[in-house]
Design a protein around this ligand. Structure first.
Ligand SMILES: Nc1nc2c(ncn2[C@@H]2O[C@H](COP(=O)(O)OP(=O)(O)OP(=O)(O)O)[C@@H](O)[C@H]2O)c(=O)[nH]1
Ligand SMILES: [Mg+2]
Length: 206
């Protein structure tokens, strides 16, 4: 079934803080779900989609918009969504790239409350080395993650249908034996919202 028009209740999100090091984070002990992926893949847009609000997280058509670790509290379910800077933006200086990579990796390694990370992949691209490298790094550090395909409104219906199996086939060339959960989303049509919310609720019970 094509769930292109799926609509469900919004998350009750509130912006809490922008930090660069997890030691400065809210530190309340509530579980955290992070959003990571290449610059411009749609991390901030996805958080806005989940919250049903346009300007909760700042978005831009220019890559490199998010430069800090941003916590959003789900006020009913009591967990945080964490918007991270993107990786792999070619136009940044070497220093800026290194700084963002440090912020991202420090958060993932040091945050004591990170429950799961959503690794966002632009559905229009074949598996990219950068994404594969990042996922390998997550696996080496034993950090659980789920793949979220973004911008699937730009694919044909058939493209959406074959997305998971095609990606799964091709990613084997980078990471043999790779297997993980995958979710198809679009911030435009709101596809995938329910699936992400269901997964988070399940992970809250673990
Ligand atoms: N068509 C379409 N466009 C999208 C979708 N999600 C994001 N975009 C667009 O993609 C661009 C980047 O979105 P952001 O949410 O700022 O991406 P980001 O991953 O947070 O980017 P950085 O913070 O720069 O790393 C914006 O122009 C969005 O409007 C989607 O599902 N469909
Ligand atoms: Mg962003």
């Amino acid at each position: 079934m094509d769930k292109g028009n799926e609509i469900s209740a919004n998350m009750n999100l509130k912006f809490i803080s922008s930090i660069v090091h997890p030691k400065d984070g809210p530190g309340t002990g509530l579980p955290e779900f992070a959003f990571i992926g290449r610059s411009n893949v749609g991390k901030s847009s996805l958080i806005n989609m989940l919250g049903g609000r346009k300007n909760l997280a700042k978005i831009s058509s220019n890559p490199g918009k998010t430069r800090t670790v941003n916590h959003f509290l789900e006020q009913d379910l009591l967990f945080y969504l964490v918007d991270l800077p993107g990786y792999g933006y070619a136009k940044l200086s070497k220093d800026e790239k290194a700084k963002l990579e440090y912020i991202i990796k420090t958060y993932i390694l040091k945050s004591r409350f990170l429950r799961c990370t959503f690794v966002l992949i632009d559905s229009r691209h074949d598996p990219l080395k950068q994404d594969a490298e990042f996922m390998k790094w997550m696996m080496r550090n034993e950090k659980p993650f789920v793949i979220v395909f973004t911008k699937t409104d730009k694919l044909s219906k058939a493209g959406r249908k074959n997305l998971k199996s095609n990606y799964n086939k091709e990613i084997q060339g980078f990471i043999p034996g790779f297997i993980t959960e995958m979710i198809i989303t679009s911030s435009t049509t709101r596809q995938g919202k329910e699936e992400i919310m269901k997964l988070m609720k399940e992970m809250m019970l673990i």
